[in-house]
Design a protein around this ligand. Structure first.
Ligand code: F6R
Length: 600
């Protein structure tokens, strides 16, 4: 989703800003722009499309050491140059970039700005016009900014330049992520540490409803009531090289192939010297004491949560409910007496999940966040965090985070089971090591999966993924992966459910991918395959070595039956990748999607 970067210092900032915006491209965007200070003037360059288009219109001869930049993912108003940020106040004195959604912008417009001519359809323009409105009433910029922020309902991360006060960037945050990057003789603003890693690793976290005055030598944080806040900086533990594509053609391919290393890293991080599982005992204590675990997440993380439910219930014996955050937030189910919440989020910034976390914290329930991003909002605001250690996931389609989430959930399940004194016939560390090897073996067969993509997905037909139990959970993820990057309509179904309606969609040649990795439902799912084949479908069966039959297209190496999602998803990721590639799609940045969904 939208990204912000800002710089104030001694060096020319155009390249710093554009490089920062390029680092934010992975979040998804449809237009981009920068505003730079130049001799008592502010120059704006903005363009619909990619950062490379923006680069072409920037005046590279302009000397400037202060500026703000933005990538926009349209919410209010179509993607267009007119609606892209930065936006300016009527006189051009104030220039703003903003992430988030101002819910009451129409009301504010009517109440305070009826006489002002607006040039965009955005909610953002209201903010910058309001600042000017309060300055026109006789306030200084700080006060006008403060008064404006007090009126805003919704989410915002803001960087604002005042043409008459060019040695300052005014910054504010509520619900949308924003960090201050600290340097020697410069400071910066970034919605994600990645956007400033090329200039600094030192950051100051901002909390909701805080405003900040950033100059090249000083950063002052205030509450909206003007009280000063002192906060220690932190060092971002990110490596610039982790964010490079290297020799891979796409981040998605790189990330698919990193999965064996990620699983090994998780083993290493969650095991102690004696080779047994090591997790903060208070997390395990909270889970053991709860009478029901509620997993809350969105998209791929939600799909990992469904696998987590199986693991937690089968291994630890605690009942688990899995909920979509966007539903839970407004239709809360009846809760048990001692619930424990697990939020799963690759980015740790997903607004829907965060809404639920805030609600549950208000009710006093314990919460654990499982995330890939240390210091992210969901991590900071939960009682506990467990990290995925997957390294930055740049491709919009999540791959390695999904398998990392399942691996961490598997480890938690064993730790809770051991805490509860349950008899176990699975040792996760040992089984995950087998999984990592199997993942590597599968990656070596990618040509096979490319051929499957060509054979089954070259036309525009809808496609289906069927499975039962754990395989059904993977089918949901496989269908999401295919549709989001190749735009082929695809759905995941429980094998037994198909004949209750959806089988009507099967026609001559419809591709149906069937997962058969679970012994207890092996024959039933194969029966479901026969049902669709009899109606003309073109089935592609993916099975496990021990269950393989002659007609199977892909046979996977054997792993523990509870951990099959970790490997059965990989051919599905490759198939989606190659289907998208052969259709000429932008694999890493699919249309309409954002990596970090920071609006509800
Ligand atoms: C799909 C995908 C999304 C995310 C979802 C939640 O490939 O990446 O469905 O899983 O937007 O994001 P996080 O995990 O960051 O909360």
């Amino acid at each position: 989703m939208c990204g912000i970067v800002g710089y104030i210092g001694n060096n020319d900032c155009k390249e710093i800003l554009l490089k920062g915006l390029e680092k934010l491209e992975y979040r998804g965007y449809d237009s981009a722009g920068i505003a730079v200070v130049n001799n008592y003037d502010v120059e704006i360059f903005k363009e619909q499309g990619r950062i490379r288009d923006l680069r072409n219109i920037v005046d590279w001869n302009l000397a400037t050491t202060t500026g703000i930049g933005h990538t926009r993912w349209a919410t209010h108003g179509k993607p267009s140059k007119r609606n892209s940020h930065p936006h300016q106040s009527a006189t051009g004195r104030f220039t703003i970039v903003h992430n988030g959604v101002i819910e009451n912008y129409e009301q504010l417009k009517k109440q305070y700005l009826a006489h002002v001519h607006f040039v965009s359809d955005t909610d953002t323009e209201v903010i910058v016009q309001l600042v000017e409105h309060f300055v026109n009433e006789g306030n200084d910029t700080f006060k006008a900014f403060q008064e404006t922020l007090k009126l805003l309902h919704g989410s915002y991360a803001i960087a604002l330049i005042d043409n008459e006060n060019q040695d300052t960037i005014f910054v504010a945050k509520n619900k949308s992520p924003l960090l201050i990057g600290l340097g020697d003789n410069f400071n910066g603003v970034a919605s994600d540490a990645m956007a400033m890693l090329h200039v600094t690793k030192r950051y100051l976290e901002l909390k909701d409803q805080e405003m900040v005055i950033v100059t090249k030598s000083q950063v002052q944080i205030f509450t909206l009531n003007g009280e000063k806040i002192i906060r220690k900086p932190f060092i971002a533990e990110l490596d610039v090289s982790d964010m490079e594509k290297g020799t891979y053609s796409h981040y998605m391919l790189k990330e698919i192939e990193e999965q064996p290393y990620v699983v090994r890293k998780i083993i290493q991080k969650y095991q102690n010297d004696t080779g047994t599982i090591h997790i903060d005992p208070s997390i395990i204590g909270e889970l053991m004491n709860s009478d029901r675990i509620y997993i809350v997440a969105c998209g791929t993380s939600y799909h990992a949560g469904i696998v987590g439910k199986y693991l937690m219930e089968k291994v630890a014996g605690i009942p688990v409910e899995v909920h979509l955050a966007s539903e839970f937030a407004y239709n809360r189910p009846l809760l048990s007496k001692k619930p424990m919440f697990i939020f799963i989020s690759q980015s740790g910034e997903t607004a829907d999940s965060r809404t639920v976390l805030v609600q549950m914290k208000e009710l006093g329930y314990p919460a654990l966040t499982i995330t890939n991003v240390p210091g992210s909002t969901l991590s900071r605001e939960a009682d506990y965090t467990l990290l995925l250690h997957a390294g930055p996931e740049i491709a919009v389609a999540s791959t390695k985070a999904y398998t990392a989430q399942i691996a961490v959930l598997a480890i938690i399940a064993e730790a809770v089971a051991l805490g509860l004194g349950r008899e176990l016939n699975i040792r996760m560390i040992h089984e995950l090591a087998i999984v990592a090897n199997a993942m590597e073996e599968i990656s070596n067969r990618k040509i096979e999966f490319e051929q499957v993509a060509i054979d089954y997905l070259s036309s525009d037909r809808s496609s289906f993924f069927i499975g039962r139990g754990l395989d059904y959970a993977v089918c949901l993820e496989a269908a999401l992966k295919l549709k989001e990057i190749s735009y082929i309509h695809s759905e995941g179904f429980a094998g037994g459910e198909l004949k209750h309606g959806s089988i009507a969609l099967i026609e001559e040649g419809t591709p149906v991918f069937a997962l058969a990795t679970q012994e207890n439902v092996n024959l039933s799912i194969r029966g479901n395959v026969k049902e669709v084949a009899a109606r003309g479908a073109k089935p592609c069966i993916i099975s496990m070595e021990s269950l393989a039959m002659e007609e199977d297209e892909i046979v996977l190496p054997q792993v523990h039956k509870l951990l099959t999602p970790l490997i059965s998803v990989i051919p599905m990721q490759y198939i989606a990748y190659y289907a998208a590639l052969h259709r000429g799609c932008d694999v890493d940045k699919p249309r309409n999607l954002a990596k970090s969904v920071t609006v509800e």
